[in-house]
Design a protein around this ligand. Structure first.
Ligand code: ZN
Length: 81
């Protein structure tokens, strides 16, 4: 699954590979390859994920260029107000 979100490692909005395996999530920034492993995919993890998706949708309204980040490797340094 691919998810667009802000990477805390490279500071860019980027596409993340999001792999769920044995109720743990591994996510990889396809821009800088920063990897976070063993995120629990429980109710909290799912809620946090849903919140991220909602935030992305909300920010897309304000910054339509975010909608162009859809493929692995895509990234954007966003100057947020
Ligand atoms: Zn990154």
């Amino acid at each position: 699954m691919l998810v667009t979100k802000k990477c805390s490692s490279c500071g860019c909005w980027a596409v993340f590979e999001f792999a769920i395996f044995c109720s743990k999530v591994t996510e990889v920034c396809t821009h800088c390859q920063a990897t976070t492993r063993n995120i629990p995919w429980d109710r909290e993890g799912r809620a946090a994920h849903a919140a991220l998706v909602a935030e992305y949708e909300r920010l897309c309204e304000k910054y339509p260029q975010l909608r162009e980040i859809t493929k692995p490797g895509d990234h954007l340094q966003l100057q947020e107000e």
